[in-house]
Design a protein around this ligand. Sequence first.
Ligand SMILES: NC(=O)c1ccc[n+]([C@@H]2O[C@H](COP(=O)([O-])OP(=O)(O)OC[C@H]3O[C@@H](n4cnc5c(N)ncnc54)[C@H](O)[C@@H]3O)[C@@H](O)[C@H]2O)c1
Length: 319
Amino acid sequence: MKSIWVTGGAGFIGSNLVLRLQEEFPAAALTVIDDFRSGSFPNLEGFKGDFVAADVSRMDWENEFHGRRPDAMFHLASITDTTLQDQKIQTHDNVEGFRRLLDYLRPGKTPIVYASSAATYGIRAGVNRIGDPLAPANAYAFSKVQLENLARAVKAEEAGWQMAGLRYFNVYGPREGHKGVPASMAWHLAGQMLAGKRPRIFKYGEQKRDFVYVKDIVAMTIAALKSGKSGVWNAGSGQPRSFNEMIEGLNKVLKTKFKPEYFDCPYPFYQPHTEADMTATKRDLKIEPKYSLEEGLEDYFKSGWLTKGRGKAATKKKK
Ligand SMILES: NC(=O)c1ccc[n+]([C@@H]2O[C@H](COP(=O)([O-])OP(=O)(O)OC[C@H]3O[C@@H](n4cnc5c(N)ncnc54)[C@H](O)[C@@H]3O)[C@@H](O)[C@H]2O)c1
């Protein structure tokens, strides 16, 4: 591969992906397209490629790239604040960005891997399987369903064009701190613990989530491209774990002994359990997540990013 483009490459998953691609394809020219609305340049320390600071949903792709097209495209740019209620902005920016990208890449049929989300399944509890009816519960999730619909429609017109969507589950790991509130529970709970406070979770911490380490997500994203296949797959750990277990894991890596502080959940419905069925991912993309929650947290801590930028308390605890 001579040239690889990544939208959203200044963000959490995007930057991890870009840095991994740089290692795996050292001869390829990498280009990141990101408008920094939620991404952050320090995530790309060590990046040797090109950077286009632009909004993919408003950019004139032809004018920007003058007919140059990559050999592979990873599309991760998206509004990632799921609480942003503005339906028009969520749908416009997320869907039109993908539509423009598809229009521009159509002549060369560049293989595409794009980020969808487990949020497309909605708030139904239990195992989420490909083929389950989708029930987006917010505008963010709705926009991701639209991405999948768009990919399916274009694929029906252009049979030979690879278009792979991944429904990422609850991703955690290095380079997520810039996200603020939408960052993972691992990041937020560690922050409370590093500040010397008991980690706060909803009563009684037994709700389970499919927490998945970002290195596994990156590996699945690259495997999706390499598979040459089109479709939509789950990208989770397949191992739902509780918030209590997350705190136990964090206590271990931070060498602390905090007990959770439980408080009432303010929501009338709160998912007791999310879980990715990984059968199709393993079968089609020939990949399995490697990191258990404990291994992921250990690797996250060792990277230095779990404690980075947390102030004096964090630095002290890390020693
Ligand atoms: N982190 C998770 O747990 C998770 C779960 C499900 C799906 N996803 C999806 O994975 C992808 C990456 O998410 P993330 O967690 O890294 O979030 P992030 O907010 O860190 O990254 C998103 C990046 O996209 C950029 N961006 C947003 N809109 C843009 C636009 N119109 N033009 C150019 N750049 C734009 C942002 O500046 C940011 O750098 C997103 O598509 C997200 O919806 C993430």
